[in-house]
Design a protein around this ligand. Structure first.
Ligand SMILES: NC(=O)c1ccc[n+]([C@@H]2O[C@H](COP(=O)([O-])OP(=O)(O)OC[C@H]3O[C@@H](n4cnc5c(N)ncnc54)[C@H](OP(=O)(O)O)[C@@H]3O)[C@@H](O)[C@H]2O)c1
Length: 328
């Protein structure tokens, strides 16, 4: 292996244009880690937040963007016996996916599902770890419950719709166009709500209220989500695209026995992420192997066009996942 590799770095906080090709030293695997030769890297909204300067990498993580990738194991750190050189995996990354090589804990790698290409596999970890841990583990979604996901056509939304539908929930999704609403229905949503034409609070109240809401919008959605919940309903917050500060009448939370919670994946400990990986391996990977659930692909860009990939994501014109081709 060479001593340097090609990567995309964030030259300064700013718009997509601050993403520039660069050369960096090859990553070395620490104990418990592997190094992957990256085939494809998934693009996620948190990458854009990091690029803009509002989502700093946790201590010790690479400053390069990229939270997920598919690739081949090319180096093993001390103590790694769960993977072998040459294994094809997809992995949750602490950062650094927009690069030819990346180091990550072996316990955060999962096999490329049967029959799935490296391109699609690169798009699994960030959204599947996030949706599984927030909707099913934290939110406790049960079969027969009414589940509302905002941003239904996003990478997160398309994953949440499919998994919630598969596990027997009645699924509601909001999205900002008719084409996006159709995509949500095609993925298994029982009802898609175009939020530009319809009020999701009225829709959910008519249905008896949501038992669980997964929200990334925040802002005025927070009080509206609270009004949309059924008694004993749960709201899981994973981002605040419209801002985190609002005025909220907590009397409703008390009277209707609501739970408001949330989480971010990236700052969690390696052990916490390994536990999510194990649960995914057991409960969700069989569905991917069987083709019952699959990532929704929007578009592919060469790694050197990461700026164009971010511009596409921030236009919100996309449906599903955007991916960078690195060496695949
Ligand atoms: N907490 C965590 O651990 C975690 C992990 C991963 C991602 N996230 C968050 O989850 C969200 C989705 O991530 P993703 O990668 O799936 O992103 P994405 O594909 O870019 O989806 C974001 C979607 O949100 C919708 N949206 C609604 N209001 C918006 C607004 N004010 N500004 C921009 N978009 C708005 C857009 O669809 P419409 O056109 O329908 O509005 C857009 O497609 C992001 O906010 C991300 O930061 C959180």
């Amino acid at each position: 292996m060479t001593e340097t590799m090609r990567a995309i770095e964030i030259t300064e906080p700013g718009g997509p244009e601050v993403l520039k090709p660069t050369s960096r030293p090859m990553p070395q695997p620490a104990a418990g880690q592997v190094v992957l030769k990256v085939a494809y890297a998934g693009v996620n909204r948190p990458d854009a937040l990091q690029r803009a300067g509002s989502y700093a990498p946790p201590p010790g993580a690479s400053d390069l963007p990229g939270l997920e990738a598919s690739g081949e194991v090319v180096a093993l750190g001390a103590g790694v016996d769960s993977l072998s050189l040459g294994d094809k995996v997809c992995a949750l990354l602490p950062g650094g996916g927009y690069a030819e090589y990346v180091a990550t804990p072996a316990a955060h790698c999962l096999p490329v599902p049967k029959g799935m290409g490296m391109k699609e596999a690169a798009c699994l970890p960030e959204t599947f770890f996030t949706v599984w841990s927030n909707v099913f583990q934290r939110g406790g979604l049960q079969a027969g419950e009414r589940f509302l996901v905002h941003g239904g056509s996003s990478g997160i939304g398309t994953t949440a719709i499919q998994l919630a539908h598969h596990f027997g929930a009645r699924v509601f999704a909001t999205a900002g166009s008719e084409a996006k609403c159709k995509a949500c229905l095609d993925l298994g949503a029982d009802r898609a709500i175009n939020y530009r034409d319809e009020d999701f609070v009225s829709v959910m109240k008519e249905e008896g209220g949501a038992n669980l809401i997964l929200d990334m919008v925040g802002g005025d959605y927070l009080p509206r989500n609270v009004k949309s919940l059924a008694e004993d309903g749960r709201l899981v917050q994973i981002a605040f695209l419209q801002g985190p500060k609002v005025e909220l009448n907590f009397a409703l939370v008390m009277v209707r026995r609501l739970t408001i919670t949330g989480s971010t994946l990236r700052p969690q400990s390696d052990l916490a992420k390994a536990r999510i990986a194990e649960s995914l391996r057991e409960k969700v990977w069989p569905l991917l192997d069987a083709g019952k659930v699959a990532p929704v692909m929007d578009s592919e860009f060469p790694m050197d066009q990461a700026a164009e990939a971010h511009a596409r994501m921030e236009s919100s014109g996309h449906i599903g996942k955007i991916v960078l081709k690195v060496s695949g």
